[in-house]
Design a protein around this ligand. Structure first.
Ligand code: BMA
Length: 337
């Protein structure tokens, strides 16, 4: 499996210390890369997204303020591992330059399409819904119309248009802790009007993803389809457990799932995943990839308290997903009823 996109030579990377027992994915040995109380007024940073920018990396970070309200903070890094955060949260403006701040904002994703960077997050729009903004320079962040009606979460744009339209995955939900949820796909010619909604994949038949799923990192374009790292959730007597799953969507019609791994790729095992504000959460929000040799770094929120990094290679993870693929009827269909 070959990744399609610009080479990123200086991406964060570490070879595995020992061979992987199951899925070919391994954690960074110095995890977590962002710890507690990272900023004055912010107790935890987690569930955040990064992209290559200029000579290094830049990202939008979910910062849980000490009053409990989450907002999005900008962070910069030379190596993708050590991060410096702006002390002030990102202040959005509307198209006329007037302040247009959401009441709260969390779980941001960050995706470059052509020469523009788009931020999507979850916010209050009379209940949990998707907010969206664009920037070219990471100085001015212009709010766009909210793409979807409430309630919805986990929106993530594809890194290029398909068939002339922007594509976005999202997970319709309720306004609470949502004990259900499938991934859907929507199209837009202009990022204002969204339609042609399609069902992509439902909660899985396997226990680890049997409650709900949600789009994670932006899909990675490969010669075999869109490689998607998503989160799958199960419900236990002691609460939800969030694991990372993998699927490959059709390149031309991503509402069709080509392969979907029946095994989780990563599940809470380390102290920073099992112990924290919300225990047992691995929540992927971004990847950085180097197409020249297939290296992939996955950024994931851990236990709603930290940011952690895991690594894999496109050909190895692609083979693992294909070898362990188990599709349902709703995965195979185009998702229109
Ligand atoms: C989800 C979101 C995520 C969070 C997860 C586990 O509903 O709120 O931000 O990581 O729950 O608490």
């Amino acid at each position: 499996m070959k990744i399609i996109g610009p080479d990123i030579k200086n991406m964060p990377w570490q070879e595995p210390e020992k061979p992987c027992v199951d899925a070919p994915i391994w954690r960074y040995t110095d995890n977590p890369v962002v710890g507690r109380n990272p900023l004055k007024g912010v107790s935890r940073i987690f569930n955040s997204a990064v992209v290559p920018f200029e000579d290094g990396f830049i990202g939008v970070f979910r910062g849980e303020q000490v009053n409990g309200v989450p907002y999005i903070y900008l962070g910069r890094s030379g190596d993708g591992v050590h991060w410096n955060f702006d002390e002030e949260k990102i202040r959005f403006v509307d198209e006329n330059g007037q302040a247009f701040m959401p009441r709260y904002a969390y779980d941001p994703r960050l995706v470059k399409v052509d020469d523009t960077y788009y931020v999507m997050w979850c916010q209050d729009f009379y209940g949990a819904a998707i907010g969206m903004a664009r920037t070219r320079d990471f100085k001015r962040f212009e709010r766009l119309e909210n793409p979807f009606l409430p309630f919805n979460r986990n929106a993530v744009l594809f890194p290029r248009k398909v068939g002339g339209n922007f594509l976005m995955l999202s997970r319709p939900s309720d306004s609470g802790h949502t004990p259900f949820g499938d991934i859907f796909l929507s199209e837009s010619p202009d990022l204002t009007y969204w339609g042609r909604h399609r069902h992509v994949m439902g909660k899985g038949e396997e226990w680890w993803q049997a409650l709900k799923i949600g789009g994670g990192a932006a899909p990675i374009e490969t010669d075999e389809g869109w490689l998607l790292f998503y989160h799958g959730v199960t419900s236990t007597c002691n609460g939800y457990v969030y694991s990372i799953g993998g699927a490959i969507l059709d390149l031309d019609d991503p509402s069709v799932v080509r392969y979907r791994c029946e095994n989780f790729l990563l599940t809470p095992e380390e102290w920073y995943e099992e112990k924290g504000f919300v225990p047992n959460v691995c929540f992927p929000c971004a990847t950085i990839c180097d197409p020249s040799d297939g290296r992939i770094a996955i950024y994931y929120g851990a236990a709603d308290s930290y940011i952690a990094l895991a690594f894999t290679r496109a050909d190895e993870i692609g083979d693992y997903i294909k070898e362990h693929s188990r599709l349902t009827e709703s995965d195979r269909e185009i998702g229109r009823r």
